[in-house]
Write a new protein. Structure first.
Length: 93
């Protein structure tokens, strides 16, 4: 009986993960944009998740822009380069 219950839970967990992945792909397809001839992309807005930890540095030649929250509730818009240098672009409470 416990094996059957464990299998059902695993199956439900895998189905939940599959649904989540499908949802993420659908959102990505809706927000995919193309660059113009000069390489510029224009969009009406950008939604960033607020992170609680600093993400790893991006590969060489890239800059990663992200939002992070400190423990006191202040949100920072930051950028990190390949060398791991972090610059704060803006902050708000």
């Amino acid at each position: 009986m416990t094996d059957m219950l464990a299998r059902r839970r695993l199956k439900n967990n895998l189905l939940d993960r599959l649904d989540d992945a499908r949802s993420r792909v659908a959102r990505l397809e809706r927000t995919t944009v193309e660059a113009d001839a000069a390489g510029n992309v224009w969009t009406a807005g950008l939604v960033l998740p607020v992170l609680t930890a600093t993400p790893p540095a991006p590969p060489a030649g890239h800059v990663l822009v992200y939002a992070a929250e400190d423990g006191a509730g202040t949100v920072y818009l930051r950028a990190i380069d390949a060398a791991g240098t972090i610059k704060t672009l803006e902050s708000w409470v």
